[in-house]
Design a protein around this ligand. Structure first.
Ligand SMILES: Cc1cc2nc3c(=O)[nH]c(=O)nc-3n(C[C@H](O)[C@H](O)[C@H](O)COP(=O)(O)OP(=O)(O)OC[C@H]3O[C@@H](n4cnc5c(N)ncnc54)[C@H](O)[C@@H]3O)c2cc1C
Length: 358
């Protein structure tokens, strides 16, 4: 099969590049296994404010402004090709940040005054009226924030690609890739370019494993808490995200040592301890999930062409914010490869050229 692109890896990065290609009527195939699952376990939250310090996320406002229509368009497309869903893939939900001290209350107001925050942060302190939540000093409220149902999105998009017979479920064997001047070949497919979107799986990719990931395992709990009755996301020592039917996602841990996808006792205990500083309600644990965030040493994505093989490219390093970053990064990579637009140095993998061979 002759196509414009081969995409390896189908998490949020691979999906965003596939969407970019469909938008431009390019032909492609996707090859993915399930060895990594960061995008599937993710809470899927989008929010342009770092809630520890009330500072803006790097380019967060611009990324959200691109991401919302991006996911909406996919939702419409999938409803057409696969039939309507009664659930929205992208949903707005306010975030209530528990304020822990008078200093934090003051910091909230200072942050609200920054022009980049005005669409998101409400300049007042809300009183806590829910006795299942521990928040004696009230909440700061964020609006225009929300979540993407990442697992549903990936399942639906995969079905769309399966219908078109362009999704291959298998582990990509890097040693079988044949690279020529103007093309790459893998098994019986030939393409102009290959884009690796493997998340933490990039560690086994001989072309790009020199890139300095600072991967962080994250664990989450799903709890059932019938009396909690939240219709917003709550953020304090942990975040609590309503899923419907009295279920909530609670997360997340950060562990830079353990590289497995196995949920741990330590992760569970840490989440329970933190959760009980936030809520005062009966709950049961329904499930525990774990994934590895493909974070980078300098906290910026890893985008661009291999320094030696121009047809071998990467879209990775989405770290803790894949939902917001993936659409923008896919667009920038496409414009770089197809329209000769330069990549910003802070995201271009050229910044790590000196590490090759180390
Ligand atoms: C607990 C947790 C909570 C999170 N919460 C949020 C959140 O609220 N909001 C947010 O924006 N982000 C969140 N994230 C981060 C987000 O999940 C990541 O930024 C994003 O999912 C990374 O997507 P990716 O496509 O690069 O990687 P992945 O999702 O890991 O996808 C990579 C894909 O490539 C496949 N693959 C790898 N190697 C091969 C190979 N050799 N052959 C074939 N296929 C291969 C993998 O199996 C996988 O399907 C969270 C992450 C975790 C772990």
């Amino acid at each position: 099969m002759q196509v414009d692109y081969i995409i390896v890896g189908f998490g949020l990065a691979g999906l965003a590049y596939a969407e970019e290609l469909e938008k431009h009527n390019k032909t492609f195939i996707v090859i993915s296994d399930t060895s990594q699952n960061s995008s599937r376990v993710a809470a899927g939250m989008f929010n342009p404010v770092i809630l520890k310090r009330f500072t803006p996320v790097w380019n967060g406002k611009d990324q959200i402004e691109l991401a919302i229509p991006f996911y909406r368009k996919i939702e419409e497309k999938l409803n057409k090709s696969l039939g309507n869903l009664d659930q929205k893939i992208i949903q707005y939900i306010d975030i209530y940040a528990i304020l822990k001290s008078i200093e934090q209350q003051n910091n909230w107001f200072v942050a609200c005054d920054k022009p980049v925050m005005e669409d998101y942060m409400i300049p007042k302190i809300l009183e806590n009226k829910n006795n299942q939540i521990i928040a004696p000093l009230g909440f700061g409220k964020l609006i225009n924030t929300g979540k993407v149902l990442t697992e549903l999105l990936l399942d639906r998009y995969k079905n769309h690609l399966l219908q078109k017979e362009i999704f291959i479920e298998e582990t990509f064997q890097h040693k079988e890739l044949i690279i020529k001047e103007d093309s790459v070949s893998y098994k019986n497919s030939t393409a102009s370019k290959i884009i690796f979107c493997e998340g933490f799986g990039v560690k086994t990719n001989p072309f790009f494993n020199y890139l300095p990931l600072n991967e962080a395992k994250g664990e989450l709990l799903i709890i059932k808490a019938p009396k909690l009755q939240l219709d917003f996301m709550l953020k304090a020592a942990v975040f609590i995200m309503p899923l419907g039917n009295d279920l909530y996602k609670v997360g997340a841990t950060f562990n830079w040592k353990d590289k497995t996808l196995i949920p741990t006792k330590e992760g569970k205990e840490e989440l329970i301890t933190k959760l009980e500083t936030v809520i005062n309600t009966e709950y049961t644990i329904v499930n525990q999930l774990a994934g590895i965030r493909p974070a980078v040493k300098d906290r910026r994505p890893l985008i661009g062409q291999h320094p030696k093989y121009k047809n071998v490219c990467i879209l990775n390093g989405l770290g803790t914010r894949g939902v917001m970053l993936a659409p923008t990064m896919a667009k920038l990579l496409y414009q770089n490869l197809e329209e000769n637009q330069n990549l910003d140095k802070v995201i271009d993998i050229k910044r790590y050229q000196n590490l090759i061979g180390n």
